[in-house]
Design a protein around this ligand. Structure first.
Ligand code: NAD
Ligand code: IPM
Ligand code: MN
Length: 360
């Protein structure tokens, strides 16, 4: 049966990096037996411009029908001043919520060839292989009430609400315990239970689940300490589970351990394993249109798509090995190049990955 992959290029560097991942799909179809149909739809600023909404109905309908979705990135200065409901980022949040993509897996894996590209000393990051499991459809991103209002004293205030129900905590907890079982059996739950009631409940639910996963050792850490520990000694972590906002921040931090935010893929999964796959980074307006973006996070997101949603683990391995190979050949986009090292552009990097697929 042919798989249906929906591609949402988005804004800024989105179309550029997605085009490279699509070259990989084409090569897998032509030479490695991938049976997939690829479609495209609009999300984010490009959808606002063409269809008047950041998540058009037609895009959502096609996303529901697809087996898996590959997204570039959304947003940019052009849409920063428009009405909040029309902002590109709202389209991304809406598609996550509409599809029930509550489990966001953000692996941070250091390719050995990039140990020198990290902002940290090579010995601190060498061998790093961790996973952040971020809750993606709840917390302060979605809590009501929210808004902007004028206080009684006439001063404006903005407000948001951080809520987590036991049910939401339990399902992300189970996803994280399961992920830890398949890895090295260590799960660190990150919260702010010394201050927040929602975190107190979070911790309680994680503790309640722990006996069901006797092969996983559960620990807890406050988020401020976790940010510090990620930079001090990141290899202490196997799996981190945390809420939506903390996970957003910690995963950008973890990205830099691997050399560049241009290296970090992600999967956002629903209860059935259907998913949306995207790089952790944004639309990078500062380098858009210059053939300078690193497409590897998107190509690695495609590998996650193949593994988790299409059950094509061997093809996923092939794509990941091809990425390792091009890094081994010394190919570097500017974000991962050391001082004085020669650099290649987005398209040359994508071409090199395609060429390396067969050599694996
Ligand atoms: P960003 O991740 O787009 O960029 C941060 C920095 O990292 C920039 O200097 C950028 O050039 C660099 N960078 C990012 N991806 C890169 C890549 N693949 N290769 C090389 N360098 C890369 O974050 P930002 O600047 O805070 O946000 C820009 C826009 O993207 C905003 O509109 C934001 O809302 C949006 N955004 C979207 C997503 C998403 O679609 N998932 C994620 C984050 C930010
Ligand atoms: C991410 C992004 C998004 C988030 C924004 C663009 C809505 O930063 O995917 O990490 O905060 O979830
Ligand atoms: Mn983010």
């Amino acid at each position: 049966m042919s798989h249906r992959i929906l591609i949402l290029p988005g804004d800024g560097i989105g179309p550029e990096i997605v085009a490279e991942a699509e070259k990989v799909v084409t090569a897998l179809q032509a030479d490695f037996g991938l049976d997939a149909e690829v479609e495209h739809a609009r999300l984010g600023g490009q959808a606002v411009d063409a269809e008047g909404a950041p998540l058009p109905e037609s895009t959502l309908a096609r996303a529901r029908e697809a087996d898996a979705i590959l997204l570039g990135a959304v947003g940019g200065p052009k849409w920063e001043a428009i009405d909040r409901p029309l902002r590109p980022e709202r389209g991304l949040l809406a598609i996550r919520a509409e599809l029930g993509l509550f489990a966001n897996l953000r692996p941070a894996l250091l390719f050995p060839e990039l140990a020198g590209a990290s902002a940290l000393r090579p010995e601190v990051v060498a061998g790093l292989d961790m996973l952040i499991v971020r809750e993606l459809t709840g917390g302060i991103y979605f809590g009501e009430p929210r808004g902007l209002r004028i206080r009684e004293d006439g001063v404006r205030e903005g407000f948001n609400t951080l809520r987590y129900g036991e049910d939401e905590i339990e399902r992300i907890g189970r996803a994280a315990f399961t992920a830890a079982q398949r890895r090295n059996g260590r799960l660190c739950s990150v919260d702010k239970a010394n201050v927040l009631e929602s975190s107190e409940l979070w911790r309680e639910v994680m503790e309640r689940l722990a006996p069901e996963y006797p092969d996983v050792s559960l620990s807890h850490m406050y988020v401020d300490n976790a940010a510090m520990q990620l930079v001090r000694a990141p290899k202490q972590f196997d799996v981190i589970v945390t809420g939506n906002l903390f996970g957003d921040i910690l995963s950008d931090c973890a990205a830099m351990l691997t050399g560049s935010i241009g290296m970090l893929p992600s999967a956002s999964l629903d209860e059935t394993g259907k998913g949306l796959y995207e790089p952790v980074h944004g639309s990078a307006p500062d380098i858009a249109g210059r053939d300078a973006a690193n497409p590897l996070a998107t190509i690695l997101s495609l590998a996650m798509l193949l593994r988790y949603s299409l059950d094509e683990g061997a093809l996923a391995d092939r794509v990941e090995a091809a990425v390792g190979r091009v890094l081994g050949q010394g190919l570097r986009t500017p974000d991962i190049a050391g001082e004085g090292e020669p650099v290649v552009g987005t398209t040359a990097m994508g071409d090199a990955v395609v060429a390396a697929l067969g050599a694996v």
